[in-house]
Design a protein around this ligand. Structure first.
Ligand SMILES: C[S@@+](CC[C@H](N)C(=O)[O-])C[C@H]1O[C@@H](n2cnc3c(N)ncnc32)[C@H](O)[C@@H]1O
Length: 319
């Protein structure tokens, strides 16, 4: 697509028809670690037999997370956007989905990991889609050239989420829209373990983290197999909600991420646990912290907002 080079102020290196390199890696040690972690994770996921099931699962969730509800509604929305950015596209299946739903739009997927390269190989036959390896906090795009930015499950892994939002604000035009997801802060015991783990994660090898993710997966599977409900008393000081809860979900949300999903199976469940514990950047927010960050980075109050146990999502325009 000729339009690509016009969108960027910096010279991109074009490696293949649909793969460009803006920046290979980060000098920052945390972002560098995040990139390495995803290089590893995407290579594994690309080879699992449940990969396509995981992608379908994620697409369905996307329709809920951002209020589109149906693929038809998403298609209608995307067709009004000429230039669409999938910021932190990973293996690129959502960028490819957008490209198919909006065949007259130009779709760009950016990722700082090898995911961008794998995506360009896998989706090389989609004409209105390209992939770029680089930092979404420093995209090299000209000002105000993007109509829709989808930043799904990514912002918290960037070195500075605020800096990333400021970059989005710069590259979006005034009618442009940003769909963005952040991790939600959870119960205190879970937060304390997670915070402790972020400081440890850099000292632990990838192999050890894979092993731990496998162990957590087995734990999650065994707890789920119990199929036991517990009536939890509310413990507000610890952020623990009361009510009947499945024992695996109770431990999962309030103490320890031990993901298990029957439909997704062993490998994707291991990858999901690894995804949580491995990247050393993994910011979490309360609702008010997230909304304040959006306002501070010059976005309007969300036109759409959703709360889930795991996350907050919003659609916003520039103020
Ligand atoms: C949890 S994955 C989400 C991938 C994809 N959006 C999806 O929903 O499947 C997070 C992705 O963000 C990417 N990422 C993290 N920091 C980034 C940065 N500064 N610039 C570009 N991509 C980044 C990672 O490489 C990884 O592919």
């Amino acid at each position: 697509m000729n339009i690509i080079k016009q969108l960027f102020k910096e010279n991109l290196i074009q490696n293949t028809k649909n793969y460009f390199v803006l920046s290979e890696d980060s000098d920052d040690s945390n972002q560098h670690q995040v990139n390495d972690s995803y290089d590893f994770q995407w290579k594994l996921v690309n080879e699992t037999k449940e990969r396509d099931t995981a992608w379908s699962f994620q697409k369905k969730w996307y329709l809920e997370l951002y209020g589109f509800k149906t693929e038809e509604n998403l298609a209608k929305f995307l067709q009004t956007k000429k230039v669409i950015l999938d910021a932190g596209c990973g293996l690129g299946y959502k960028a490819a989905w957008f490209a198919e739903l909006a065949p007259n739009s130009c779709i760009i997927g950016i990722d700082y990991s090898d995911g961008a390269l794998y995506a360009s190989e896998h989706f090389k036959d989609i004409e209105n889609l390209v992939f770029v390896k680089g930092d979404i906090a420093n995209t090299g795009f000209n000002n105000s050239v993007i109509d829709y930015i989808s930043c799904d499950q990514v912002l918290q892994h960037t070195e500075s989420p605020k800096k990333t939002l400021i970059e989005f604000n710069r590259i979006m035009n005034n009618q442009g829209e940003l769909a963005v997801y952040v991790y939600r802060k959870k119960a205190l015991p879970r937060e304390l373990i997670d915070t402790y783990f972020r400081t440890e994660t850099k000292k632990i090898s990838i192999e050890q983290k894979v092993k731990m993710s496998e162990q957590l997966t087995v734990l999650g599977k065994r707890l789920a197999a119990l199929n036991v409900e517990i009536d939890v008393p509310e413990i507000p000081l610890l952020g623990i909600k009361g009510g009947k809860q499945d024992i695996q979900r109770f431990i999962y949300w309030d103490f320890l991420k031990c993901f298990w999903n029957d439909e997704l199976g062993h490998d994707i469940s291991v990858s999901t646990n690894f995804d949580w514990y491995s990247p050393s950047n993994a910011a979490r927010y309360s609702k008010s912290e997230f909304l304040k960050m959006l306002l501070d980075t010059k976005f309007k109050s969300p036109s759409f907002f959703r709360e889930e146990e795991a996350c907050y999502t919003a659609i916003v325009k520039k103020s």
